[in-house]
Write a protein that binds this ligand. Structure first.
Ligand code: PLP
Length: 459
């Protein structure tokens, strides 16, 4: 290990003195020293020691068009110069917010046609939760206040969003979840939770569990079912074949709103503009963030369709919800430019985009011969690599070995960001990644797998 530069050491000590990091255990971080990311261009990050790192996670699942795009810089500068800020509260709007709302209505599936802006995925989730309650109050069914979510779901970290999340580790520190939220298991992902069942039988079991929960609560009390089309932060877990249309049918049968949390799966990640389209369903509500602006600005939205949009929009009373920065002109201008770039560059749904997704899948699958790899899974440009001790029985390494963390560290030290959730290694590269960069990504992933296997004595 070479000696760190003085500026890196200075930042590390400042950070250790004053900075609390999200989702981090601080003693370990402070002992080892934070890694400073000082720049980014295309699919690469650069740290304060000048190391170039291929970002296989698009930041936190968000940098669809990659980093450092000059057109985005211009769009932000132009908006900031012309209208650095104004709010939407006083019967006012701005061209960027208005045009972006229309653009979102155009891109979202089917009847979605009303949009409320917020700043983060969690804020969008909290807003959707409140709007669903408001809708049922307007409809004269105030009893419908129970929400069904899934075990191992991730919906964000504000109070409501963390409560809807089914990652139980997120709850005890903050006395969560709040009341009225029900997490259904099994987690709908066959490889990890299907046991001896076929995929079809497992799908039956998952759907039945949702219906049982609806009947247990009483259908007349259920407000909405919420789910990520592909579970992301829980470990990149696609659902069993046929799951989503059957969940949609259940929602329709019992008059329950279907809410897709597309903070990760929205904006081209699955190969369609939205994950709900990928799975052929028509949600009543979509929450979105991340890829909406490719992370260039913090912006999110709740998009609503059909009756819910109609009821809220036609109500004479003031809707007493919103944020200072809802529809921030600079954020909206940047999001509009981001969508324009995705359309112009053909990043979603074109032959070129489909070929990129096919290449990503094909190259990632070459890793399945590795002794640590139990399964490779992809949906669009989302990838998961499951680390197992025994490929046949799917037996996992003991938790103490922290094999996923070891693999992540070997990646980072060798110029690749790959995230881990337990034993699942996760990839979510920018949509602009080239075939050469995919080759580099897979090469570096194999090196990290080899180093991990050697470290734990498997190779
Ligand atoms: N919903 C989903 C599905 C997410 O994956 C995330 C973040 O990863 C969120 C909500 C929360 O978004 P944010 O971190 O912007 O609050």
């Amino acid at each position: 290990m070479t000696e760190l530069s003085n500026r890196t050491k200075f930042w590390q000590s400042q950070d250790a003195e004053h900075h609390l990091h999200p989702f981090t255990a601080h003693p370990g971080l402070r002992e080892r020293g934070v890694r400073m990311i000082t720049g980014a261009k295309g699919v690469y990050l650069e740290d304060s020691e000048g190391q170039k790192i291929l970002d296989g996670m698009a930041g936190l699942w968000c940098a669809q068009i990659g980093y450092g795009n000059e057109e985005m810089v211009q769009a932000a500068a132009e908006a900031m110069r012309g209208l650095s800020y104004y709010n939407l509260f006083f019967m006012t709007s701005n061209p960027y917010a208005t045009e972006l709302a229309a653009k979102i209505a155009e891109k979202t599936p089917g009847h979605i046609n009303q949009v409320l802006f917020a700043c983060s995925g969690s804020e969008a989730v909290d807003s959707a939760y409140k709007l669903v309650k408001y809708y049922w109050n307007l409809k004269g069914q105030p009893n419908r206040k129970q929400f069904i979510a899934r075990e191992r779901a991730y919906h964000g970290s504000t109070t409501v969003a963390a409560s809807l999340s089914g990652l139980t580790g997120m709850h005890p520190q903050f006395d969560l979840p709040i009341e009225g939220i029900h997490h259904v298991g099994p987690t709908p992902h066959h490889y990890k939770f299907g046991g001896d069942l076929s995929e079809e039988e497992f799908c039956d079991q998952c759907v039945q569990a949702v219906e049982d929960k609806i009947l247990e609560i009483g259908p007349e009390n259920v407000a909405a079912f919420v789910g990520e089309p592909v579970m992301g932060a829980g470990g990149m877990m696609p659902p069993p074949e046929g799951y989503w249309p059957r969940i949609e049918a259940l929602c329709r049968k019992y008059g329950i709103l279907l809410w897709c949390d597309e903070v990760i799966t929205g904006w081209g990640r699955t190969g369609e503009w939205f994950g709900s389209t990928y799975y052929g369903i028509q949600p009543d509500i979509i929450t979105m963030a991340k890829g909406l602006s490719s992370g260039y600005q913090p912006i999110s939205a709740v998009a609503m369709g059909g009756d819910i949009a109609h009821e809220i929009a036609k109500s004479d009373e003031e809707m007493v919800h919103g944020f200072t920065y809802s529809g921030h002109p600079v954020a909206c201008a940047v999001a509009l430019k981001n969508i324009e770039i995705m359309e112009r560059e053909g990043l979603v749904g074109t032959d070129e985009a489909k070929a990129r997704i096919a290449y990503f899948r094909e190259k990632l699958e070459t890793l399945s011969d590795h002794p640590l790899v139990g399964q490779i899974r992809t949906v669009g440009l989302l990838g998961g690599i499951e680390l197992v001790k025994n490929k046949e029985t799917k037996e996992l390494f003991p938790d103490e070995l922290d094999v996923g963390f070891k693999c992540r560290e070997h990646c980072f030290n060798n110029g690749l960001v790959m995230r881990h959730v337990g034993n699942s290694m996760i990839l979510c590269p920018p949509l602009i990644i080239t075939n050469d960069e995919i080759d580099e990504l897979v090469e570096k992933a194999r090196l990290a797998l080899d180093l991990t296997a050697k470290e734990i004595g498997v190779m």
